[in-house]
Design a protein. Structure first.
Length: 203
């Protein structure tokens, strides 16, 4: 995949049928936001509202994400938002490892084109897919992990905060850390932005 721009990449993906999620989707949800963003969010998969509108994080979890961004002085137009898989799994189940692996080249290309400084993984599935190992959110949330081309920061998925209001405070604190990491002068390790699809069997 050699797309130079997000528009090229979206054209290349077309109406992708590389995995079985093509059968359950209404719309493929590619991603949305600033194509030169320093901060890129990766969720797990589109949900019902996203599938209907073709845009990421437009449901209740998306509203909370907007509030969290506002709390650190950012707007949606400042960041880029996408998901590990671009099509909604039936009944909002977790995506299977083979689906994540099939979709991984698209995420990897988005990272290569946008070149964010910080990639914030929203939730365990996204964090595990990006880090290439099973992530324990209780231990790893809010930390900054150097990856080739970017820093990875896992935070709890906003949907978790909707289920358990006590989690909101934890996510707010982690967003404060995101702001601090963005302001730091430290550059990410050199290298092409990569993810680790071959290790998807770990979770
Ligand atoms: S989830 Fe990804 S690989 Fe699977 S059909 Fe959708 S775009 Fe293609």
């Amino acid at each position: 995949m050699f797309a130079l721009t997000l528009n090229d990449l979206r054209e290349e993906i077309g109406e992708c049928e590389l995995c079985s999620l093509c059968k359950s989707r209404t719309r493929l949800v590619f991603g949305d936001g600033n194509d030169e963003a320093s901060l890129l969010f990766v969720g797990e998969a589109p949900g019902r509202a996203e599938d209907a509108q073709g845009l990421p994080f437009v449901g209740p979890a998306g509203k909370l994400l907007d509030t969290l961004l506002d709390g650190i002085g950012l707007k949606r137009s400042d960041v880029y938002i996408t998901n590990v898989v671009k099509c909604r799994p039936p009944g909002n189940r977790d995506p299977y490892p083979e689906e994540i692996e099939a979709c991984n080249p698209f995420l990897r290309s988005q990272l290569s084109i946008i070149k964010p400084k910080i990639v914030c993984a929203l939730g365990r599935i996204a964090a595990s897919a990006l880090l290439g190992k099973n992530v324990q959110m209780t231990r790893m949330h809010g930390q900054k992990f150097p990856m080739p081309g970017f820093f990875l920061v896992p935070v709890y998925h906003p949907a978790a905060a909707l289920r358990n209001p006590a989690t909101v405070k934890v996510i707010e604190e982690d967003f404060g850390l995101l702001r601090m990491y963005l302001n730091e002068d430290e550059e990410p390790p050199p290298g092409e932005s990569q993810t680790e699809p071959e290790q998807m069997g770990l979770f």
